[in-house]
Unconditional design. Sequence first.
Length: 95
Amino acid sequence: MNIINIGNDNYVSVNEIKCIFDSNVKSVQSLRGKWKSGGEKEYIDITARKKTRSIIVTDDFIYASNISPKTLAFRIQKDAGEQPSSLVYDVSEDE
């Protein structure tokens, strides 16, 4: 089982990760409010009161992390033995 550190000594199985969002995108910010107030999956803030940089959606949970999406993608690719490339794309602000 491949696991990665998603922030503050919290680890998750790479196979469970469905997607990673940049928390600065406006549409993600509005979804984050809905996720915090309750939903299908439990929302877990692992930022230790630091700025939220990414939202990680897994099979069972939604994590707020202080690690950037690019860093998380790099860790996933490095763990898989791949050359870090274009797993994460820069997303401009919503129109």
